[in-house]
Design a protein around this ligand. Structure first.
Ligand SMILES: NC(=O)c1ccc[n+]([C@@H]2O[C@H](COP(=O)([O-])OP(=O)(O)OC[C@H]3O[C@@H](n4cnc5c(N)ncnc54)[C@H](OP(=O)(O)O)[C@@H]3O)[C@@H](O)[C@H]2O)c1
Length: 311
């Protein structure tokens, strides 16, 4: 198969468009024919990209890209309730080869039926961002109707979903974004947009129930002061993981696959409550541009061309 692979430790500049062996699913796995996968530029900084769960280096070459939309091509003998030919979307394990390839393997618990109202190139941008937003606001922060939430980086991949999830929960949604993204963020459902380049948010926000931080550093440090007593800060910014501050490490989490949540998110998309934000769709061969041309909003996506693919 064709794949985009890393042959040594590095970033997107080290990727090569290659011929690779087709993956073979184990008994508990499904083989997915990948139709589209989204670009996650920070993946090269993640521990599992180059390490095994045991802490040794992963063997090269390595295929990145762990969210996808595609079609089930083959099913391991232990997989129940799966059908060859079904359109699905979801995640693959962070520690194994990903979806920047014509085929990838995953387990049934990590995938769900694709939202029927989306093209594969739209559905591929959903799993990481929507699950992160959902797990941050619902599972961790327990955001409920009438509460006030401050969402940093509202035009980004994760937070463009977070704004919509918070709106769906009937929360009062305060956001930070650059001025150019203000109208876009309001259209997603924000009640207030603060231009972080002009106005320090702590001068206009106070006593919020929840802060969702995807920016980290100084933005997160200044956010504690705007929480009400007993309010909750959740962060997914990578610098939180190694922080010296216990409260910052406690506020950090890494998104987890969830079949139930993917199914629920698909339902919310199909009923119009959520929509994905896609930057630009690139062909597989133009993967380098997909990394270099940063999207103004949402995530870039690679379309994986398939000979004889089911539609
Ligand atoms: N831990 C996890 O499980 C997990 C999961 C997913 C993502 N992440 C991490 O979350 C972070 C965000 O990911 P993403 O895909 O949403 O990124 P992204 O699409 O690149 O979005 C980043 C956004 O941050 C905004 N921004 C930059 N500086 C800001 C500031 N000082 N104040 C407010 N907003 C600011 C930008 O807004 P403007 O364009 O308006 O300037 C941009 O829209 C990344 O570091 C990623 O690695 C972690």
């Amino acid at each position: 198969m064709k794949a985009i692979r890393l042959h040594h430790v590095g970033g997107s500049e080290s990727l090569l468009y290659d011929d690779a062996p087709n993956p073979i699913p184990k008994d508990n796995e499904v083989l997915v024919q990948v139709y589209a996968t989204a670009i996650t530029p920070t993946e090269f900084d993640w521990y599992p990209t180059f390490h095994t769960p045991e802490g040794t280096m992963r063997p090269f070459p390595i295929i990145p890209g762990h969210e996808f939309s595609g079609v089930v091509d083959a099913i391991g003998s232990d997989c129940k309730d799966m059908q060859v030919g079904a359109s699905i979307y979801g995640l693959s394990n962070w520690f194994i080869d990903g979806a920047q390839a014509e085929y990838c393997v995953t387990v049934p618990a990590n995938i769900a039926p694709k939202p029927v109202t989306l093209e594969h190139t739209q559905a591929a941008a959903v799993p990481i961002s929507a699950l992160t937003a959902w797990q941050a606001l619902i599972d961790r922060a327990h955001l409920s109707a009438g509460q006030q939430v401050l969402i940093h980086g509202a035009a980004g991949g994760v937070c463009s979903f977070a704004v919509q999830v918070a709106r769906h929960q009937s929360a009062h949604v305060i956001t930070t974004a650059s001025a150019a993204n203000s109208a876009f963020v309001k259209a997603l459902g924000a009640d207030e947009v603060i231009d972080y380049r002009i106005t320090p948010f702590e001068t206009v926000v106070r006593e919020v129930d929840v802060v969702l931080d995807t920016v980290g550093g100084d933005t997160r440090d200044r956010s504690w002061a705007v929480l009400r007593k007993g309010g909750r800060l959740v962060t997914v910014a990578a610098d939180a993981e190694g922080s010296k501050e216990q409260r910052v490490r406690d506020a950090f989490f890494i998104v987890e696959p969830s079949r139930n949540q993917l199914a629920n998110i698909a339902h919310l998309i199909d009923t119009g409550a959520l929509r994905p934000v896609v930057g630009t769709v690139f062909s597989m061969e133009n993967f380098r541009q997909a990394y270099e041309q940063k999207p103004v909003r949402g995530k870039n996506v690679l379309r994986i061309a398939q000979k004889g693919a089911r539609q």
